[in-house]
Write a protein that binds this ligand. Structure first.
Ligand code: SF4
Length: 685
């Protein structure tokens, strides 16, 4: 264990004495902001973590989550050396081993699996534990591609919105935080910056101070919803029809920009046809809000410029999440809101740097693609070939992937060889045959690329690697070498990879970073859409009705699929980001029990009271936790935080135990918010 006695819960250590140094680095975690950071170090240990002013968007402050990151670095759950399983899977009994023995065991099992069932019987499984360029999709990609393993469709989040953004605009760079104050109308649709991307808030507040109207569309009364001019608390999964009702209004009232549609778009008529049925009243009846409120939103949008729509990820997590994102980000094209600072749309800006990872000199094999939302199925049902080896890193699927019971059943398989390469003993690591200790971002180099603002920085090690932990690049480089898939002149460790990536970044990005300067994309760090940047579609036009997507979506584009609620399970369960974890990172830190938030009307009819112990259940499973009765969530909807670890609830299951593993209409994304549940008192059970 990593000397927890010397370090308090916040990673601070006042007793060390001696000089303190301030080390600059950057946050590569899965958050839009990628803050620049100032970390105070004393005697080689982290004393405190704060924001720096090097990045003006960070502005000297960071979230409360990462201020606690020292608790992960030195906490009791930290993995300090490689270990092999001793007890039953899930029990968490391990015996220390050496790196050499652990890596040799992995190499032998991978080679044996490949010899028996082919490379596709090995499933690498990773997600956004770090968005850093060095820790994800790098030497790991080289290893999996050249060894010919199954390929993973990384679709847990942002797949439907990404598919919509690609189809409509070719992922055109979108409005950055700094341009929000220029907007006269801001629509925050399915996004809660108070929990994720907190640095957007000062810019929204500044716009409000300058007189901008704010519309928030979210089933919860989020902090920004409380200060909004209009809050539409839609039923989960109904965003698409509300967006279509606004489109209908734009078309019907002559509020479309005909010149823009003619010059810059295709197929507006097809969108208009599909929007036609969605009157305000019809959309309101489906979405459970007042038709007059949708009308108000539509009228403000039609008559205000600059108007800015921020499309979040909350609206994509249901059966027609792709269509919802399409309809929302099509609004500025139909309403003629581009071409002015503070107008247009914004979502992920991760594609804006044109980083194509050309340094990975390994073509994709033609092997099986496994959708990561189907992990439970893959482990328990796939036969051609079966999954013999599972290699998990940068994620914690036992806690975060839909259909949790099936995932756990798969992880329990005695014939499955599971490797977990992690920083702490996660819910998934408990099921590993071999655990490998991983460095945190404070112990190594990386590139932190923001997907909200347009910033890119190098993250530097602020302390030495804790215990025997090693970086992703070092471990995957060594596995490549041991498996004979690393070429002689290729980088095989973190420092070599850092140099290679710096040399390979487009334009002057690499040289700017080397010189200690802040790089900007070629079009500048505050592009105006349709002035500085244009759609990256083949003809640089916005296709408002891509035929291929219409053919691929279950009911076609811009269609509404009925709510999956039943008489037995009438409540919509959402699991939004919280202010405690980044996805599930930091879920190990001690805190109170998870709480299910329920509206007072729903609690009353069920005879439930605040702080009651409750069962939240459906046909897939149940979660036992405390109830919080609050008007913070709309009637008919209940909310449990995203990213909970199994220890956070009373029966070891989280919201993912109730989520179906069905896929979204576009992009194959997760349908977390299609979970429909009932809630009852634990006492009565
Ligand atoms: S998680 Fe987001 S807000 Fe927190 S430090 Fe990292 S980038 Fe900044």
């Amino acid at each position: 264990m990593a000397s927890p006695a010397k370090t308090d819960r916040r990673g601070k250590n006042a007793a060390l004495g001696g000089p303190k140094t301030l080390v600059e680095t950057a946050c590569p975690l899965d958050c839009p902001d990628s803050c620049s950071m100032a970390v105070t170090v004393q005697q080689g240990k982290i004393i405190s973590i704060d924001g720096s002013t090097r990045n003006p968007v960070t502005g000297g402050f960071i979230c409360a989550k990462v201020r606690r990151f020292g608790e992960r670095v030195y906490g009791p759950d930290r993995l300090l050396h490689p270990a092999v399983r001793q007890g039953r899977k899930g029990e968490g009994r391990f015996k220390r081993t050496t790196w050499d023995e652990a890596l040799e065991m992995i190499v032998e099992r991978m080679q044996a699996a490949k010899a028996k069932h082919g490379g596709a019987s090995i499933l690498p499984y990773s997600y956004g534990g770090s968005n850093g360029l060095l820790t994800q999709d790098n030497l790991d990609a080289t290893l999996w591609r050249r060894f010919g393993t199954s390929r993973l469709a990384r679709t847990l989040c942002a797949a439907p919105t990404g598919a919509a953004n690609m189809a409509l605009y070719g992922k055109m760079p979108s409005v950055t935080y700094e341009d929000f104050p220029d907007a006269k109308l801001i629509v925050l649709w399915g996004v809660n910056p108070s929990a994720s991307g907190i640095h957007l808030i000062p810019y929204v507040r500044e716009a409000q101070k300058r007189g901008a109207r704010l519309i928030v569309i979210d089933p919860r009364f989020t902090p920004l919803a409380r200060s909004a001019d209009l809050h539409l608390a839609l039923k989960p999964g109904t965003d698409v029809v509300v967006a279509l009702a606004i489109h209908r209004h734009l078309f019907e009232t002559g509020s479309v920009d005909e010149n823009f549609l003619r010059e810059h778009t295709r197929n507006a008529d097809r969108l208009r046809e599909r929007a036609q049925e969605w009157t305000f009243d019809k959309a309101a009846a489906v979405a459970g809000v007042q038709g007059s409120d949708i009308q108000q939103a539509a009228e403000w949008y039609a008559t205000t410029s600059p108007a800015l729509v921020k499309c979040g990820w909350g609206l994509e997590r249901n059966r027609h999440g792709g269509n919802a994102a399409m309809a929302v980000i099509a609004l500025p094209a139909v309403g003629g809101k581009f071409g002015v600072r503070g107008g247009g749309y914004t979502m992920s800006n991760s594609a804006s740097w044109n980083i194509d990872r050309s340094w990975i000199n390994a073509p994709e094999p033609d092997t099986r693609i496994v959708n990561m939302n189907h992990l439970g199925r893959a482990l328990t049902e796939y036969q051609d070939p079966p999954i013999d080896v599972l290699f998990v890193y940068n994620c914690n699927p036992a806690a975060t992937v839909p259909d949790q019971r099936r995932v756990l059943k798969g992880l329990e398989r005695e014939d499955l060889f599971t490797v977990v390469f992690e920083q702490v003993m996660t819910d998934t690591a408990l099921y590993a045959d071999v655990v490998l200790p991983n460095t945190t971002f404070l112990e190594g180099y990386d590139f932190a690329r923001a997907y909200g603002p347009l910033s890119l920085e190098i993250g530097r090690p602020v302390v030495d690697a804790v215990g025997e932990s090693r970086s992703n690049a070092d471990v995957f480089g060594e596995l490549c070498a041991r498996l004979g898939v690393l070429k002689e002149d290729e980088p095989g460790n973190e420092l070599e990879l850092l140099v290679k990536v710096l040399d390979s970044l487009p334009g002057t990005i690499g040289s700017d970073l080397r010189a200690g300067e802040r790089p900007a994309p070629p079009f500048g760090s505050r592009p105006v859409q349709f002035v500085d940047v244009f759609p990256n579609t083949p003809d640089h036009k916005v296709d408002l009705f891509p035929a291929a997507l219409d053919a691929g979506a279950p009911m076609g584009l811009y269609r509404y699929q009925p709510d999956p609620a039943t008489d037995r399970y009438p409540l919509a369960l959402i699991s939004p980001s919280s202010d405690r974890t980044i996805s599930s990172t930091l879920g190990e830190l001690p805190r109170n029990d998870a709480k299910l938030v329920m509206h007072p009307d729903d609690a009353r009819v069920r005879g439930l009271a605040d702080k009651d112990g409750v069962r939240v259940f459906n046909e897939r499973g149940e979660v036992h936790c405390e109830l919080s009765v609050s008007p913070m969530v709309r009637p008919g909807t209940v909310s449990l935080p995203k990213g909970l670890w199994r220890r956070s609830t009373r029966n070891g299951f989280t919201a993912t135990a109730l989520a179906p593993d069905s896929l979204t209409d576009l992009g194959g994304g997760a349908c977390f918010n299609d979970a429909r549940v009932e809630v009852a008192s634990l006492a009565s059970a």
